[in-house]
Design a protein around this ligand. Structure first.
Ligand SMILES: Nc1ncnc2c1ncn2[C@@H]1O[C@H](COP(=O)(O)OP(=O)(O)OP(=O)(O)O)[C@@H](O)[C@H]1O
Length: 561
């Protein structure tokens, strides 16, 4: 619940204003009824005066004006709290441990965040704020005015409250299981939707869509069935209250008929005040039910908000990587019980160009993720310019290391943003670099040139264009360590050679570590390390390895077939 406290703190001014206007409205709601009773009775007694009517008018106008001004904090909080929870989710993603991030699925995650943000808003705004600023004050003020008019009716109302609470708790148990079912099915439904969208081509080619749609429809039917059931139970609360109020109103009329001393004004006021005493209780009950259901939803969201953060992003020694030396000693790493890096020892000197090769699954990408501090090593040591990686502040490290990932190296933004991020750079220089990356033609044909949005994961670009766009970034980062994970795998040989010539010229004095499957792309690297089962089994220059390296020549000949 610490996130809820944080959100309350962030909105404290609007909350204070909202509570104050709420208390005033609750008072005026009941006071105007009491005052109306006075007017009716004074009319009846022929003692009415103009002053009394004018004061009543002022009370009414104040009431309606307050209701209008109340909208300001209300709308601010209603929309703000919901969006604050979403911002918290994004803040979480910015700090989440990489290993935890890997276990999340986009479809289920986005639905969980949507449901969670709504539930969080429900807890803070719809429940706690309504209870404190509206329901409790309205109930207390109406009971106070009823008690002043007739104590006997007050006892009857209090007895009715007990009945209401018992009914609510019986129905609540039923609602829990329905809500859980709805949440699971909503997450599944979104999972199918996002999966269908992301994997459109794969699913279409493998004729999988009918199967996916069938599963989504099944979830949809379950959601509708459960939601209808839940709504019927919710509405039952209101019906029960309405019947209870009807009984009380008839009771008041019978009581007034039997007891001739009760005035017309008092009878009318009592009927209105009973309504005022019960409506909040009905709302309170429904809100309590909703609050408990929201809490169940919020718990799922809280699990995401409480996921382990990578403390190293903020803590640790801030570094400037001035050399780019890397020392890896006795490094071990395992995923669950699967050993992936096995007692690795590597020395990489400033400015060296290192290529990692090896069969698929041999641990190359895992080593890169360890070097980037995304994965945390169990044993051994990684030193960058003499500093132990686990003691380094990662945010400072990331300002000194360039990384081009294997998966999607670009993001959903403009061409410019993908190259320079949020720096201000000269357009002419950007065009110059695009030319070097053989992208100038493609970009000039785009609707808005370098300001064209490239879509999710660079959807409007070819695989090779995406990779060249990512490489263009290197000109604007100027870091002493550059790590590339299959950064040119989608390029044809000729383009790759031309592009890499430019890249390697730029990086001539930088430390470069590159994973490559196409072995011809690393002929000029200073050293090639051959990976097998999380170990380096051979290393040397391209020619040395081709001559003496068993694994390497095997890899090379297979790749040439
Ligand atoms: N999050 C994970 N959980 C469990 N095992 C994983 C995880 N990520 C990778 N692995 C496993 O670790 C091993 C090494 O994976 P890694 O991605 O480092 O291989 P690689 O050499 O880079 O392969 P490729 O050349 O195919 O990219 C593989 O067997 C893989 O299945």
């Amino acid at each position: 619940m610490s996130q809820i406290k944080e959100i309350i703190k962030e909105n404290k001014k609007a909350i204070a204003l909202y509570v104050i206007t709420g208390l005033l409205i609750a008072f005026l709601t009941n006071y105007k009824i009491k005052y109306f009773q006075k007017i009716i009775d004074e009319f009846n007694d022929h003692t009415i005066r103009l002053n009394t009517i004018l004061v009543y008018g002022i009370v009414l106008i104040s009431f309606y004006l307050l209701n209008y001004f109340d909208e300001y904090p209300k709308q601010k909080l209603r929309n703000g709290i919901y969006l604050d929870f979403k911002v918290q989710a994004l803040k979480k993603v910015s700090k989440i441990q990489y290993i935890e991030y890997q276990s999340l699925g986009t479809g289920k995650l986005t639905q969980s965040i949507e449901n969670g943000a709504n539930a969080g808003k429900g807890i803070v705004f719809d429940y706690w704020l309504s209870v404190f600023r509206q329901l409790i004050p309205t109930i207390l003020f109406s009971i106070f005015f009823i008690w002043k008019l007739n104590p006997f009716i007050t006892y009857l109302i209090l007895f009715g409250y007990v009945f209401v609470f018992i009914t609510t708790n019986l129905l609540l148990k039923l609602l829990y299981s329905i809500k859980e079912k709805i949440l699971c099915n909503e997450e599944m439904m979104n999972h199918y939707l996002v999966r269908g969208f992301m994997e459109m081509v794969t699913f279409r080619m493998s004729c999988r869509f009918p199967y996916e749609i069938e599963k989504a429809v099944k979830s949809k039917n379950e959601i509708i069935k459960s939601k209808v059931k839940m709504n019927m139970i919710h509405e039952a609360f209101f019906t029960i209250f309405a019947i209870l109020v009807a009984f009380l109103n008839v009771g008041i009329l019978v009581y007034a008929w039997l007891n001739q001393s009760v005035s017309i004004g008092t009878s009318v006021a009592l009927i209105s005040l009973v309504e005022n005493a019960y409506t909040p209780i009905a709302v309170f009950n429904v809100l309590t039910v909703q609050y408990k259901l929201d809490k169940a939803t919020y718990c799922r969201f809280e699990k995401i908000l409480n996921m382990k953060e990578d403390e190293q992003l903020e803590r640790g020694k801030r570094v400037e990587v001035e050399q780019g030396d890397i020392r890896i000693t006795n490094l071990c790493f395992q995923y669950n019980n699967k050993k992936v890096i096995n007692n690795l020892n590597v020395e990489i000197n400033k400015g060296e160009k290192i290529a990692l090769v090896g069969s698929s699954g041999s641990g190359k990408t895992t080593l890169i993720k360890l070097l980037l501090g995304l994965l945390k090593y169990d044993h051994g040591s990684i030193q960058i310019d003499g500093s132990e990686l686990r003691d380094i502040n990662l945010e400072s490290l990331y300002k000194n290391v360039s990384y081009i990932s294997q998966e999607a190296p670009v993001f959903d933004g403009t061409v410019r943003e993908n190259i320079v991020h949020n720096q201000n750079e000269d357009d002419q220089y950007i065009h110059e670099i695009l030319k070097k990356m053989k992208l100038a033609d493609s970009v000039s044909k785009m609707d808005s040139g370098i300001d064209t949005l490239i879509g999710e994961r660079g959807m409007i670009l070819s695989g090779g264009e995406r990779q060249r766009l990512a490489l263009a970034r290197l000109w604007f980062q100027k870091n002493n360590i550059v790590i590339m994970d299959e950064a040119t795998s989608a390029l044809d040989n000729i383009t790759e050679e031309a592009v890499m010539e430019e890249v390697m010229r730029l990086l001539s004095d930088k430390t470069v570590i590159a994973i490559a499957h196409r072995l011809t792309s690393i002929i000029n690297f200073d050293r090639i390390m051959v990976f097998n089962d999380g170990r380096i089994v051979e290393q040397g220059t391209f020619n040395e390895l081709l001559k003496n390296g068993m694994y390497f020549s095997d890899l090379y000949h297979k790749s040439m077939q």
